[in-house]
Structure formats: structure tokens, C-alpha cells
Design a protein around this ligand. Structure first.
Ligand SMILES: Cc1ncc(COP(=O)(O)O)c(C=O)c1O
Length: 399
């Protein structure tokens, strides 16, 4: 299984027995049965399963509308395109994010402007957002921000700091399916983008969704995800469908298939139990790793009635042992780890986006970050194995 972070190898050069891999992709029985049903139905591309998945996911997150697409990257690009900003308009985004989110800004014809993060939280602050916004000429037209690791952010405060309305904020919720902020599920905003990539909290394999409270935006994205063809063009090959369609604007090929949607619906039924399991694993890690002075536990939501989705359990290593060495020693003990993220400005393609003065908060955090395995099928024994191995490595008993 590949992950979108940097997954560690081994010091020995031989493949270790991986007792606890970093990631897991579990397609449950209900989802497998649903996939079989669609494969037998004679209709596998976008259709009624997509419509049902959109309805069910919208209900789960408390959104008015949902549009199923091919990936979270496409969801972000379509959300940005729906704002109809002039080509080259600056768009603020965190440097502590996945490269795909920044590609989406570029692919929408816009100009990414990188924002630094607080090294404790992994998130931009009102100050770092305001500083980046002041550097923009012309003014920033939008902002794309990730709910990093599944830790929800305050969208009103950060949009305000950027001088933008919340309708100009595109939330990258690739990690945040199941997160809540002040009692509301992440997903009830103007444009919230989810991923169903193989390792995400709701794995389909590939897929994405935009949720929005704006019916016009939902309609626009619904057309734009399928070549810009008029609304019901997906029905044109169904009995009773018409071959006639119009294309009023350029669009993407970024629709979701019914096969993916059926798997998603099956997985959604299991999601509440999986989220509960993730929170128990996080609590067990907290209890085991909290006493280690060289470990800083992940940040928690700063607002009451807010919940972390625990897509990632990312600790920071504060001791003398270099992160990469710790990761290699853990690999030798059969523990898979990863790093989220390599700050975007340190990647060759994006290096020119580094602002004068750099992005020191992200640089500092990057040196220390280590993501530990967290997924519903981890057993208490797996969690114990990871915690014990990390404690041993850091205490030096394993050096
Ligand atoms: C924060 C974040 N944003 C966006 C993406 C892109 O998701 P997708 O693979 O569905 O395009 C990922 C994927 O790993 C991610 O972690």
C-alpha cells in the first residue's frame, strides 16, 4: 500500500516483517456486496448509486448538497473554478499540506501563495494568514486550508484574517471526515472537499466529494465534473434518456462511478464504529506516550464540542534522536511510520513559492514529525507493540 506521505524503510536493506504496517485499506463486507450488485447491474458509471451516496454523505456531515467526484484533488480544483476568479489570482494555502492541493490551485489557473504554520498545531494562525495575505498583489481571491490530521480549524477566524468571506474558503477535509467544530460536523461549509483514497477514514480506493451549502455552486460543479455537459447528460445512455446535451462551459472529466459510490455507501455504514475505534486508539497512544519526555502528543481541537477525526496520529520528537533514525529503528521493529507532510516549499516544483524570510514554523515542525499507525483494524496488541517500540527506541534500549 502506498501512502501520500514519506513511508520509512529499514536500516538493514532487507524487507522486515511488518508487524504493524503504517496504513490499512479495508473494504468491508457490505461494500463488497454492494460492488458485486453494481457489477451485475449493467450500469457501472455515474448513476443512481452516486446520487444515493451524495445524499447519504451530505446527511452524515450535515451539508445541504454533495457532489461526488473522482478525487479530493479534483474537488478542490472544481471548488476553486466555481469562484470564477481571474487567471493568476493569488490563492492562500498552507505549506504543511499535500502537494495535490497546491496542484489543484495551479490547475485552476490560479497562483498559490504559501502560508506558514504554528509548529505546535500544523495549522496556519490568524497572524501567518494575515502576513501572507498582505504579501499578495493583487489581493488573494480565495484560500484552501486543510484540517490537518483531522484536527478541525476555526474557518471564520482564518477567513477573516485573510480578509475573505467564508464563501471564498475551500476546506480540504481529506483528513476530516468525522471531525466536528463547535458541535458541527466538518462538511457544512461553502466548499468542503473529501477524499476516499485507499488510506483515508472512508476508503473506496479513489474518489472525492464536494459538500456545500450553496445550491448554485453544487449545480455548477455537477456539470463541470463531467465535461461541462448539461445537468443530466449522465443519463443519456439509460433507457428513456436523451442523446441531446449542451456544453456551456469547459469542464473536467472528474465524475465518480457507481461502482465507487456503492463501495462508499457500504463503507459509510461502518464509519461511526470505525471513528470510535480511531478515538480509542488515540486515547491509548496518549496514555502510553504521554509520559515520554521526548514525545509531544498531537494537538487537540481548541474549541469545546469539537472532535478530531484521527486520520493521523502525528507526534513530534523533541529529544536528541533524529526523526529519520527513530523511524528506521521502528521499521526494524516491524512498525511502519510516515511523515505528513513534506512542506510544499521544500519540494522542487514549488520551491520558488517560498516567501522572503522562509516558512520557519513548517521547517521546524517537519524535522520533528512522525505519523504512527492508526486505523480501525489495529488491535490493542498492535497499539502496545508500536508504543513499546517507540518507548524503547527513544529510551535508547534499542540503539
Ligand atoms: C490533505 C490532503 N489533501 C488532498 C489530498 C488528495 O486526495 P486525493 O488523492 O483524493 O486527490 C490528500 C491525499 O492524500 C491529502 O492528504
Amino acid at each position: 500500500m502506498t501512502t501520500t506521505g514519506t513511508t520509512t524503510g529499514t536500516t538493514t536493506g532487507t524487507a522486515p516483517t511488518v508487524a504493524v504496517p503504517f496504513a490499512d485499506c479495508w473494504i468491508g463486507e457490505e461494500a463488497r456486496d454492494a460492488a458485486q450488485r453494481v457489477l451485475m447491474s449493467g450500469w457501472v458509471t455515474t448513476g443512481t448509486e452516486c446520487l444515493a451516496f451524495e445524499r447519504e454523505l451530505a446527511a452524515y456531515v450535515g451539508a445541504d448538497h454533495a457532489v461526488a467526484v473522482s478525487s479530493c484533488t479534483a474537488a478542490i480544483e472544481l471548488s476553486l473554478r466555481s469562484l470564477r476568479l481571474a487567471a493568476g489570482t493569488p490563492v492562500l494555502t498552507s505549506t504543511m499540506t499535500f502537494c495535490g492541493a497546491v496542484h489543484a490551485i495551479e490547475h485552476a489557473g490560479l497562483r498559490p501563495v504559501l502560508v506558514d504554520v504554528d509548529p505546535l498545531t500544523g495549522m496556519p494562525t490568524p497572524e501567518t494568514v494575515a502576513r501572507a495575505a498582505r504579501s499578495c498583489a493583487p489581493r488573494a481571491g480565495a484560500m484552501v486550508l486543510v484540517h490537518w490530521a483531522g484536527d478541525p480549524f476555526d474557518r471564520t477566524a482564518l477567513a477573516e484574517a485573510a480578509g475573505l468571506g467564508t464563501d471564498r474558503l475551500v476546506e480540504d477535509a481529506a483528513h476530516a471526515l468525522g471531525s466536528t467544530w463547535a458541535g458541527e460536523r466538518v462538511g457544512s461549509g461553502a466548499a468542503v472537499c473529501f477524499s476516499f483514497y485507499a488510506t483515508k477514514n472512508l476508503p473506496i480506493g479513489e474518489g472525492g466529494m464536494v459538500t456545500t451549502d450553496d445550491p448554485d455552486r453544487a449545480d455548477w460543479i455537477r456539470r463541470a465534473r463531467l465535461h461541462g455537459m448539461s445537468q443530466d447528460a449522465w443519463r443519456r445512455y439509460l433507457p428513456g434518456g436523451s442523446w441531446r446535451y449542451d456544453v456551456a462551459e469547459s469542464g473536467l472529466k472528474a465524475n465518480m462511478s457507481d461502482l465507487q459510490a456503492a463501495i462508499g455507501r457500504g463503507q459509510l455504514a461502518a464509519l461511526p464504529a470505525w471513528q470510535h475505534r480511531r478515538s480509542l486508539i488515540a486515547a491509548e497512544y496518549d496514555a502510553r506516550l504521554g509520559p515520554l519526555t521526548a514525545v509531544q502528543l498531537p494537538h487537540r481541537p481548541s474549541q469545546a464540542h469539537s472532535t478530531h477525526a484521527w486520520h493521523l496520529y502525528a507526534v513530534q520528537l523533541l529529544g536528541d534522536a533524529p526523526r529519520d533514525l527513530v523511524a528506521l529503528r521502528l521499521a526494524d521493529r516491524g512498525v511502519g511510520t510516515s511523515v505528513h507532510f513534506i512542506p510544499v516549499h521544500t519540494l522542487t516544483h514549488f520551491a520558488a513559492l517560498t516567501p522572503p524570510g522562509g516558512l520557519p514554523g513548517a521547517d521546524l515542525m517537519f524535522e520533528r514529525l512522525l505519523s504512527l499507525p492508526i486505523y480501525p483494524r489495529m488491535t490493542p496488541g498492535d497499539v502496545d507493540h508500536v508504543a513499546t517500540a517507540l518507548g524503547d527506541v527513544l529510551e535508547g534500549t534499542d540503539r
